[in-house]
Design a binder for this molecule. Structure first.
Ligand code: ARG
Length: 462
């Protein structure tokens, strides 16, 4: 038989149908350790305010310790008869301490300020877990970049050959995106380090409790909320967390899509390690990139969690409304999703085998050095507009003849434009093209080495 936190003014118990609709214990039970931590902090401020004697505080903390141990080993759990995690834990405390002492803890707090606080604590912990997993993935990308520091590949725009780049440059582009996601998590955490405990239902408490002491006790570096209505009603911290996790999903999906394409027969840029690929139940030859596909698929789910949550929040009047109970499952799912996806994804990246010959063979293909002809001409004093036309003429000449740009003879070059002296051939070479892009952020080997060092240094400070 569960306890209820609000029986007094009701003639009878809730209908079965209401109880089933209203229950959240099946998904908010994971907040139990945070609820108990909150209860400890709350007991201490009740004592400070003279509402618990020193002896009562000692017995209360001891009861909470026992409850915590029983929750941890599974001997105490919430049941459907308990409406939510707070109700279940109150029952647990009453069972352990009796109604006299057990019934004192609820003074001056509400499930509204409790849930707003616990939810922040939970998400802050998971922001750290996800941040660490992101760092592992970034590390795997950086290690691949280091191991293939000199490998050239076709850089693409519109998925068409554009200009040769270093594979390391390309991999580091993904590492930078993930680095910004990790930074978003850290900045979100800083914004979220404010405790709503002490806000009560919405208006604060009349019992002389000290919200700042609770905040410090629970590790909220920036103290307690300045406004109790905002503290209990705001969920932008949840929406922002859902956005950052959705963005991580999107960034993973962009890597994933490339892995899927690179792993095709036609590309043959990479081979997946057997431990990170799957087979087919009917086609014996198959080796599928399921991790990458699941990452691509789960990014949709992460976006759904964000949009569902935003729809729940839209137009909600202040302060707490029960709609807000719908805020937890989406982001719990986002945490679970990333925490199971990221380790597999990292393993896939770390064990990826690169087909360097294939990448380098295709690096200059598709006239990807045409820009180099144009830029060579610019260095000879030709206006870029003309240079662009001339380089285009070279492509137009070669394409129908099945020739590459570096196969143009001196005569053919001269026939296309008087500016095209034989020396232009010096830039029609992948190494030369890479080395020439030597401004900050460019694909020249020494620039990419600098970038690598920067990303490494950044990882080390996290
Ligand atoms: N379970 C609720 C939630 O997740 C917290 C309880 C507040 N309930 C209430 N009737 N005021 O938002």
């Amino acid at each position: 038989e569960g306890v209820r936190l609000w029986g007094g003014r009701f003639a009878g118990g809730p209908s079965e149908a209401l109880a089933r609709l209203s229950a959240s214990v099946h998904f908010d039970w994971r907040l139990a350790p945070y609820d108990i931590a909150g209860s400890r902090a709350h007991a201490r401020v009740l004592h400070k305010a003279g509402l618990l004697t020193a002896d009562e505080l000692t017995r209360m903390l001891e009861g909470l310790d026992r409850l915590e141990a029983d929750v941890a080993d599974g001997s105490f759990t919430g049941t459907v008869a308990d409406e939510d995690v707070h109700t279940a834990l109150e029952r647990g405390l009453l069972e352990r301490l009796g109604p006299e002492l057990g019934g004192k803890l609820r003074a001056g707090r509400s499930r509204n300020d409790q849930i707003a606080t616990l939810f922040r604590m939970y998400l802050r912990d998971h922001a750290r877990i996800i941040g660490d997993l992101l760092a592992d993935l970034t590390e795997a990308l950086v290690a691949q970049a280091e191991a293939h520091a000199d490998v050239a590949m076709p850089g693409r725009t519109h998925l068409q050959h554009a200009q040769p780049v270093l594979l390391a440059h390309h991999l580091l582009a993904h590492a930078h995106a993930l680095g910004r996601d990790a930074e978003r998590l850290r900045q979100w955490d800083e914004r979220t380090a404010v405790s709503p405990y002490g806000s009560g239902a919405l208006a604060g408490s009349s019992l002389g409790l000290d919200p700042q002491a609770v905040a410090a006790d629970l590790g909220f570096e920036r103290g307690s909320v300045a406004n109790s209505i905002d503290g209990t009603a705001s969920r932008d911290f949840v929406a922002e967390f859902a956005f950052v996790t959705a963005m991580i999903g999107i960034d993973l999906s962009r890597i994933a899509e490339e892995i899927i394409i690179w792993n095709t027969k036609e590309f043959s840029f990479v081979t997946l390690d057997d431990a990170y690929a799957t087979g087919s139940s009917i086609m014996p030859q198959k080796k599928n990139p399921d991790i990458a596909e699941l990452a691509r698929g789960k990014s949709g789910r992460l976006i759904g969690n964000l949009t569902g949550l935003l729809a729940t929040l839209k137009a909600l009047p202040l302060a707490y409304n029960r709609d807000l109970q719908e805020d937890k499952e989406p982001v719990f799912d986002s945490c679970d999703t990333l925490e199971v996806l990221l380790p597999a994804f990292t393993g896939m990246i770390a064990t990826l085998r690169v087909n360097r010959e294939r990448m380098e063979e295709l690096a200059p293909a598709g006239f990807s050095l045409a820009t180099d002809i144009a830029e060579w001409l610019v260095r000879q004093g030709v206006p870029f507009r003309v240079a662009h036309e001339v380089a285009g003429e070279c492509v137009k000449f070669c394409e129908p003849r099945g020739m590459e740009l570096d196969e143009l003879t001196d005569e053919q070059l001269a026939a296309i434009s008087e500016h095209l002296r034989p020396e232009v051939r010096e830039v029609l070479d992948v190494r030369g093209a890479l080395a020439s892009r030597n401004g900050r952020g460019g694909t020249a080997p020494e620039r990419v080495a600098e970038q690598l060092a920067e990303v490494r240094a950044d990882l080390a400070t996290q």
